[in-house]
Design a protein around this ligand. Structure first.
Ligand code: UTP
Length: 299
């Protein structure tokens, strides 16, 4: 039941209010918070480009225009490079705004009715093909393959929707979703899933400690399911509830992906991601590691 459909499109829901990142999120979208010198959204579009995706739709909301500016050219900087006699910098700047030719589109979610609703806004953009979803505040670094590419491989193996998953500490599962999952014979990282629950509040409601973290690959049938999915946890239309319907009818695959995930929607996640990336950054890595070594002695 493998499926060779080429995955060309991705959706990045980035319209959430970012209440956990207040007060900065009053003025700066959390997806624009920097990891060293690039905003989170930049890493996500790079991951799409490296995974063979050519069309990306970013779902945005009010007060989030900074994201669109980031993907535009910058005439003011270009003029200043001309003045300073550094025209080659213009090419570099334009190159960095092009993301290897990936076309980036924007659409507003007019009301923040939940992640499921945000994904539902992409129906016309997606049409009738499977697509990847990269949660706008989840950055995942992988030394092997970009995580979206790992999900695409899994889709090609089994022809089913794929959820990128990780084990979360048992006491935390009530803040995440919980999957009813069984290892696929012969695999150590892929599971067959036939049910799941969002934010199980009672211990006995949780199926396992496996939770969807940051990435899914969905068939276009998900849009009809989202349309009839009632608001769930937090009174929001939850994508987990829609994927659960899919899991119960045809089953989905869960892939325990190779990668380190940072929740940029939380203060701790933002700081950890910055320390990790700064330590290996070509420009500041040496100095930053020296600073860190001194600093940890004071802890
Ligand atoms: P989160 O629940 O982590 O984002 O959603 P949030 O609602 O901004 O979080 P709080 O306010 O700190 O609790 C996961 C992803 O889905 C997007 C968010 O932007 C985030 O990238 N999202 C969420 C939407 O696009 N629309 C929504 O209505 C809700």
């Amino acid at each position: 039941m493998n499926n060779n459909t080429v995955i060309r499109k991705a959706v990045i829901p980035a319209a959430g209010l970012g209440t956990r990142m207040l007060p900065i999120s009053r003025a700066v979208p959390k997806e624009m918070l920097p990891i060293v010198d690039k905003p989170a959204i930049s890493y996500l579009v790079e991951e799409c480009a490296q995974s063979g995706i050519t069309e990306v739709l970013i779902i945005t909301g009010r007060n989030k225009n900074a994201m669109e500016d980031y993907f535009d050219y910058s005439p003011e900087y270009e003029a200043s490079f001309v003045k300073k006699g550094k025209p080659q910098m213009i090419e570099e700047m334009r190159e960095s705004a092009n993301f290897g030719g990936v076309r980036v589109y924007f659409m507003r979610q007019k009301e923040t009715k939940g992640l499921g609703h945000a994904i539902g806004c992409a129906r016309n953009f997606i049409g009738n093909e499977p697509f990847a979803v990269l949660y706008g505040d989840d950055i995942i670094f992988s030394d092997s393959k970009p995580v979206t590419a790992q999900l695409i491989d899994s889709y090609h193996r089994y022809g089913r929707a794929v959820c990128g998953v990780k084990k979360v500490p048992h006491e935390m599962i009530k803040k995440y979703c919980s999957l009813k999952a069984e290892l696929i014979p012969g695999s150590e990282t892929e599971y067959f899933v036939d049910d799941m629950i969002e934010k199980p509040q009672r211990d006995e409601d949780a199926f396992s400690d496996l939770s969807i973290l940051g990435r899914v690959l969905l068939p276009p049938e998900i849009f009809d399911i989202i349309d009839v999915t009632a608001p769930g946890a937090g009174n929001e239309i939850q994508i987990t509830d829609a994927i659960a319907t899919l899991a119960r009818s045809v089953g989905v695959t869960a892939l325990d992906y190779d990668g380190e995930r940072f929740d940029l929607g939380s203060k701790l996640g933002l700081m950890c991601a910055n320390v990790k990336r700064a330590a290996v950054n070509g420009e500041i890595g040496d100095d930053f590691r020296a600073f860190l070594k001194d600093f940890v002695k004071t802890l």
